[in-house]
Ligand binder design. Sequence first.
Ligand SMILES: Nc1ncnc2c1ncn2[C@@H]1O[C@H](COP(=O)(O)OP(=O)(O)OP(=O)(O)O)[C@@H](O)[C@H]1O
Ligand SMILES: [Mg+2]
Length: 404
Amino acid sequence: MSSMKDVQRVAIVDPSDSTRDPLRNLLLGVESVWLEADCSRYEFFIDVARQSSPDLVVVALDADHTKALQLIQQLVVECPNVPILAVSARGDGQSILQALRAGAKEFLTQPVVLEELLVCLQRLRQTRGTTDANGVFTSGASKSESMVMAVVGTRGGVGCTSLAVNIGCNIAQDKANNVALIDLDLALGDADVALDLMPDYTLADVALNIERLDMTFLRRSLSKHASGLSLLPHPVQMEDISLIHEDHLQRVIGLLRASYSHLIFDLSKRFTPTDMTAMRMADVVLLVAQLELSSLRNAVRMLHAFGTEDGMVEKVKVIINRVGGDDSDISLKKAEETIGKPIYWQVPNDFKAMLGARNAGVPLLEHAPKSRAHISLLQLANALCGKAEAEKKKEKRGFFSFSK
Ligand SMILES: Nc1ncnc2c1ncn2[C@@H]1O[C@H](COP(=O)(O)OP(=O)(O)OP(=O)(O)O)[C@@H](O)[C@H]1O
Ligand SMILES: [Mg+2]
């Protein structure tokens, strides 16, 4: 994901090894960070900062507060465009105020927690604007946040895993993207089968190590498929499901957002606390239905239940899968009326391509790149990523025109 432009080059100064090492390791684990310099003396740091011209400096205060605060004041003068992050075990109002008055932009208490560091890095990125080769000013904020999608079914076998896997592989085709699929169908998920991956680690390993989780460990826990898609599978042992709590998932999602441009969740159909957490944290919820009674009825019930959650219904995009199949005895127009929400996408029934790909353990783009199912899911992936061309085509093909 991180092209050189997205990388934040960081220089740190901390005379104390015992705090410098953990901080350095934390920074080294963040993919978007390039550790430019690492200094153990306050008095040398001005030169270090001048020479390395970092995007951000981190000043640890605790070895000598007076010297550290003087250094911050000096940095503000010498390197006025470089934001300063102060860190200290003293998190009282007075210490924070002193650091900010000296010229620090942000303050974190030691020991630094990864999530807080990531938020802080993001904020400091936004305060610093850059001018590109064409002289166009882009604020740091233009680096897009990651996009999180949850795929949820209206009954068993509606096609969630097929959609999640293929949308993921399609998005991963763009080398600028870094896409991860998290199998949250904790008991019976089969995303690993669909991709024919034999993962070394699963969500259970991540949950077991949740306390000392860092980005390096987390990234290593995902298996990379040839398409570029990374997978974090569900636990192998059924009894390990109980290891995975919703707050674990919250932490994992938060951390993955910092490393991946797109996250896709393949959910169970049981509305477990982990399913709900995933949907709450998602930007988009793809509700997969088919044109038959029980699926559509469940879609209505689910939307009704979502109504009690703030902002949930607005995130839902209804996808009708297997359109044109034998059992689709209900018209799209009728389905849309019943659901009371526009149908965002239709995926054609394409038994041969879908089943063949699943049995071969490869995505459609490899197994049947000319199939109708693949073309539809490729366009869906583009539309979800906001690629204008796909949107235009969609209009032309009249996806929304259910003439009366
Ligand atoms: N558009 C499609 N056309 C034809 N067959 C499809 C289509 N989408 C999915 N299928 C087939 O339907 C079956 C179920 O699909 P899939 O496993 O993706 O659904 P699911 O919702 O994840 O199921 P589960 O409830 O088991 O998790 C598979 O055999 C798959 O090949
Ligand atoms: Mg499934």
